[in-house]
Design a protein around this ligand. Sequence first.
Ligand SMILES: [Zn+2]
Length: 914
Amino acid sequence: MNLARPFPLRDVSLNPGVQSRAQRQMLHLARVYPVDRLLAVFRANAGLDTKGAEPPGNWEDFGHPDEQPWSGADYPGAGAAPTASLLRGHYAGHFLSMLAMAHASTGDPLLKHRSDELVAGLAEVQRALAATGRFSHPGFLAAYGEWQFDRLEHLAPYGEIWAPWYTCHKIMAGLLDAHTHTGSQQALDVVTAMGHWASARMRKVDRKQVQRMWSLYIAGEYGGMNESLVRLFRVTGEKSFLETSFVFEMDDWLRDAVAGRDVLDGMHANQHLPMLAGHLEQYEVTGEQRYLDAVLHLWHQIVPGRTFAHGGTGEGELWGPPGAVAGFIGRRNAETCATYNLLKIARGLFTHTLDVRFADYAERAGLNHVVGSRADVLSDTGPEVVYMYPVDPGAVREYGNVGTCCGGTGLESQVKHQESVFFEVPGAEHAELYLLQYVPSTLTWAEAAGTVTVDTRYPREGTVRLLLDVTGSYTLHLRIPPWARGRQRVSVNGQALPAVDLDGFVTLRRTFTPGDVVQLVLPLPLRLVPTPDDPSLVSLEQGPTVLLARDDSTTTLNVSAAGSRLLDGSIDASSLDPGSLDPGSIEASGVVGGDLVHVLGHTFEPAWSGGEHRYHLYLRLSEHRIVFRGSDPGVANRHDQDGWSFLGALWAGGGFATVEDFFTAVHRHALRAARAGLLSRSEVIAVLHAAAASTLDEPDGPRESAVHPGPGSVSVGQGRVVWHLPDDAGQEHPAPVIRFDVTGERAPSGWYTTPPSFTVTVVSPGPGVTAVEYETGDHVWHPLPATGGVPLTTDGRHPLRARAVDVTGRTVHAAHEVAVDTEPPAPGIRVRPLGDDSVEITLDATDDVSGVDRVQWRTAETFWGVYQEPFTRALRDEPQTLEYTATDRAGNVTPVRTVTLPPTAGRSKPSATW
Ligand SMILES: [Zn+2]
């Protein structure tokens, strides 16, 4: 049923490059992080010696000190049962997956040893739990009692429980990975017993009740339980595991998906994506088409219409309306777990369809979101990955995530960057190899009894050398990324080949001998890529790399790009800083000079940098003047009431195949602008001549340009462009041009932190302006005051618009956004006793306008620290005073507040000064 299949991780090794930087840093953690710390929560639950080890922390922490490993029967009930950290165990599951995959990827025996150690520890815990006789089956394994599963069957909400099957999935997946990648029999024994427990437990729950359970937000989240159960069935052949996998399905959702109904708006992305990986597994073993159909339909509802430029999806973990990308940018877009799962699904879908779009997505997301989610640092204690990879103006990546969901998937993602590079075709007459990603790596290809090496500095350079050490007749399919299609060059041993791409691939069928070199050269154009729902909001991308503008502002960055556009719409590379073309090292730690791009008035870094600068992933195209590369007619780019303008329309399609196409479009849009009153006749003529004079197609020499009155379009020949201009194309006098000016205190963030005021000026009144009006986002037009500015007295992002009407009745519009935030955030603190001698402190803040940038705290002897998650503080003999404050993204700072923690003895309630 598979048209292609990836190679096992152990057959492909990663070589130095952009991906290996992140892999090397994560492998360090895999080698040094104490296994006892991962086992501590399990051992504590089973009454075993924790060997003094502290758990990883965060979500992966010991429960409440008074918590017991309750079964369903002896659970004292919500309220009576003190609990904490109810997702514990999930992180250890991910860590085990990482160790196993890291071993397969590197062959390092230490990693197998550590994987074995973790498996042995889990096996001991499973035995100890069984020996209590407290649970429904000896296969039960968790870092808490069985009560969470029992309570879910009684429809307990999130808060009382926390996604017990989600955690079960991570542990089972870790054990299955340990079996698959290290050959551990003990891992298979432990996970098989877990499978028996899960099957026995779920067999007793009727399907209606199960459906209610799965509909519970977070409580019922079950991750990829269906995936793990099918994997277990494949390994053991036990039918009951496959049957239990069908229990982990959401019937209504699956039915909607099969029918192609889009119901994703408001749904939790990462609750649902892992199920799809499971449905692909179910499809593979059952052949039931509805599973594949469901996944395909859902995929196309998500990509590209709900996907940001770096491949991430969602806002605050939830999906939005179909087709909303620009319109769905918030403060917390793109949870990294969701991308981890989308990549898993893309890989599976490619094997069933050979559709290049899945590989295109895998490149975009694997390179930009996943590599870029890992900080460029070494850590002995944490994964240093992001939870969200936000895309709003002036975002920063918040690295860390010990013990969180994204911390867990992040562990895995960084040690398997080579998993989707090579695919083979099962049962092909002559062995066939698909090369999907140009990730530096070496394949040990058993069927060809040789190796294939991807030798490249891609994405830093576009040349890819494929070094073949194989003998025989093979077919190679090389993926051509969408922006390079039709422009690639292919040669074998220096001999150029006609390289026609079909369905996104160049295919070579020939007899190879050791030492053969296939060279693929891909252009790496610098492109402005519009969002699907707003053509003026764009990402800047160079080849596969999404670029981030480094800028400390937190308001939208405006750029003018028309003067830098080449014929195909790409940005003129000669405007790059020559220093940015420095080769740099092949595996640079952090971005090197050569990775920075200086263009459009800003410095950009690759999204895969792992850097710490404040960035802008999207830019607003804001063209005030009509210009072309190499020529400037000095004409305003006016807008109509719908925001339409000559330049916006000209480049909306991205670019042009031929200069004739460009001239035709210039002619068409110039006439439209003239008839709409946005260009005068003389301006149209100036624009046409400037277009002919443009160097955007790098012509051999200057072109002649002539304008003839009368109907017709444009003809081009032998260095001469003849434009036909109908009599009704534009009035004699230019239309007005509107300018906004804002006065007030503008912070470096771009926000006004005291109420500003604005004026509207008509800078080029033409034959006479009869009316100038403005509106501030409420669609109510007001006449401009005779003197002085218009004050903006409320906080928020104000989409200002103005319009001017001249004596001939022509109306032009202009828009300008002003961001105002005059209030600091409102911080809050919650202090919760944890046993006798410590407290859990949660700091938060709200700011509905610009958003909270950070919440900080300190004591007399500590520096300011920033915490996103609850943290634990030990109580002392003396009371302690904690100071805290919050800053919003506009730059407003809350005055420092204090809270006093009680001493250890005589624990009175903490008091705060708020
Ligand atoms: Zn996550």
